[in-house]
Design a protein. Sequence first.
Lengths: 502, 331
Amino acid sequence: MSSTIVQMQGITKSFNTIPVLNQVNFELRKGEIHALLGENGAGKSTLMKILRGVYQADAGKIIVQGHEVKLASSSDARNNGISMVFQEFSLIPTLSVAQNIYLTREPRSKFGLLDDRECEKRSKSLFDEMEVDIDPKSLVEELSTGYRQLTEIATALSQEARILILDEPTASLTHTETLALFSLMRRLKEKGISIIYISHRMEEIFQIADRITVLRDGQNIITDDVDNLTIQEVIEHILGKKAEKALQWEENTCVDRSQTLLEITNVSCNRGVKDISLSLFKGEVLGLAGLMGSGRTELIQAIFGMNPIKSGEIRVKGNKISIQNPESAMRAQIALIPEDRRLQGLILIHSIKDNFVLPMIKLNRLQRRKLFVDDQKGNDLSIHYLNKFKIRSDSINKVVGLLSGGNQQKVVISKWLSTDPEILLMDEPTAGVDIGTKGEIIEIVRQLAGEGKGVIFVSSELQELLAVCDRILIIKKGKVEQELDRNQISSEERLHQILQGA
Amino acid sequence: MTDHTVTQKHRSRLSEGFSDFVKRFYWRDYVVYITFLVIFTTFSISLVDDGFLSRNNLLNIMRQTATISVMAVAMTFVLASAEIDLSVGAVAGLASVITAIIIGQYGLFLGIIAGLLTGALIGIINGALITRVGIPSFLVTLGMQGIATGTAMWITDTAPIPIANKTYTHIFGSGNFGPVPSLIVWTLIALAIGHTVFRHTPYGRQVLATGGNEIAARYSGINTKKIKFYTFALMSTVAGLAGMLYAGRLHSGRFQWGQGDELSVIAAVVLGGTSLFGGKGSVIGTIIGAILIGLINNGLILMGLDASQQMIIRGAIIILAVALTGRKQQS
């Protein structure tokens, strides 16, 4: 019988009279991994910010280890053993691992100077305890994302954290890194540390979590042991009444194999792509599957002019074209939804509308009297897409950085659809978006295929690839390893085996 | 009953509209205008006997700030693209010298062309070093500052070159166009063209996008290097023009004209609400910022403060205003 370490009771919070959390109860036991689920905007991050002392609840109480506490700041939370591992990393790349772990709390030597050696010694014993192999002297910028995350966890543990909050920790990890993180989480659990795990990835949650809490519209819908639930049930809890057929394969009848939209022959790049040939037909969704670093991203960046092509040729509708930069790709009616929307897709400090009009301005589609930008037309078009894709925002002038991930992604998609592309390259278009939006994005892809466009769809989520693709290419080490018709793949497990090379 | 609820609904929508307006009114965006009004009113009241409000004094302020204003308009583009140009003052000095020499030897027309070409050439070199070679703009333009000033000193032996051409001095700074001093006309032209290009042309939007997030701008098809190159070429050409305005106002070319102006120019742009980190800016704000600096200079002189006290107060006001402009990070 494990004891309760954190209890949040009747937590209520609203912003500008808009209720975000309504009487939420949340309980965390000692030494458990508790998954917190919900769509973007369901209240997960607000609840966690209250627990971290960033926000204060309007009503309700928080009990940590039997005592009611007031968490007025993040240092209050830290003193109560609550620590967050950030999704966007908060390490300083040019300092060493040990210096980062003890930043602002550096051990001092006799004369009050910083004692790097002591710092490294303590870091080493932390890592030993975690059973991970990181050299405390190495610079953070030399570490992979996975190791950086482990360093962040070490920082939290060095502060005597008993409760760790992990927000989408696996979003940027490779498969092996994910496995390493999971085994660390299990070891921490055995040491009595409690972990709150936020993720959109169902399979992982069912692998690692002990219990699940689902929030929807600011309310606790269910808290239960993982063993009592199925993935399907959890998805239903997350989505509520919304029917879930987005992730089921529908036969696409629009593929026209007599018309090739895009043909790539023996294309090689200095970065990541070795002698790749492929063709994309009208109305087809072509999936690219492969592990991270396999060259899938590099390939579609090459098609979009962001990765210089060394040799080989590209034909669009039979005409040979030369793609030196994104502009020439755009003129050939190619669009790229890049993998990192915050870095590559959007200018976060600009409004929805200013982001939306950018490609059209570049293509001179928004001109008034030759020299000027036609703002009225830009406004009308962005309002049109705001409504069409149900982007949740009160106006097109809202700063894009303030939107949720799913809505941001819809802005990126509409920004490119406004240029009326024939060929869409989508790189992880559903990464980090909630299940509801994911369904909508997949629906958009199907519609585009239905309109006779060609889509190249890159994804790490096999379920999603199987739901929407007509053909799937397996990419390995910069080459096409295998081409599979959707009908040839019997199940997700089978695709997984093929990917792993079995 | 129904009527009642309708009015209530209507009323609540009205009050929502108002509170929305209050919420959206980021007063920090208007700091430069508010500061301008406050300082202007203060000086108007306290310095009324010293002739602050006289037509001559006000025109004088505008004339003295014209060169700063004109350069600040171009600097708005540079800062908005997340770059910086420290060579503008030195370029103005060199352009004033070259213009004066060429007018003396080859006449008016070639003198004007030479002044502008001097600026353009330096801008092209700056732009190429920054975008092609990849040296940070801070370093390139810091170096160029020395090169331009040094060249101006060298070819003139540090002596002023007088300009005798009346047409030139009339157009570039000393004369009037009708009732309006030519320097004010130049300021207004810079404002009108600058604002239109910044807000309403594809180039202006691409400058903002480049400064807002260069990677995302490239993924949107923008050739960010080209945009930055143009921005530096434009900046130095305008600095050349400012140097010619100095030469016109002071009837001579000298390496000292414009020396140290880069600081006032950058201060004016930042006061006007343009972000030092790029992606955000306003040409109208810039002009108000430039005039505000002129206003402060003028008021402090009229107050009878000596030069040292003026410098202290000027510095403090600029820091205060910029501190108020820095919008709190939104979480």
